[in-house]
Write a protein of this length. Structure first.
Length: 94
């Protein structure tokens, strides 16, 4: 079983909640990054590397499809598969 810090657990929970609010089938790397932008452990690390947090947040949001997600009718059905892969982490313990 993987053990994460309380802050990371909270960030992952925020990422999942954000994905659900935006009608995604699961949290994407973009959702995780957005959640980490509010993580008290991650913020100092990003600032140490001179990351402009608000510019990064804006860039990530701009790169994501508009919500709720609707597929372009000219796009193949599998081009934007937003469903979770079968091997995703879940919060249930075995």
């Amino acid at each position: 079983m993987l053990v994460f810090s309380q802050n990371l657990n909270q960030s992952l929970s925020r990422a999942i909640a954000l994905a659900e609010q935006q009608f995604y089938g699961c949290a994407t790397p973009e959702h995780v990054l957005l959640a980490l932008l509010d993580d008290p452990d991650a913020i100092p690390v990003m600032r140490a590397y001179n990351v402009d947090l608000e510019k990064l947040r804006a860039a990530v949001l701009a790169s994501m499809p508009h919500w709720p997600y609707t597929q372009d009718p000219d796009e193949p059905d599998d081009a934007q598969d937003l469903d979770c892969p079968d091997d995703t982490l879940d919060s249930e313990e075995s």
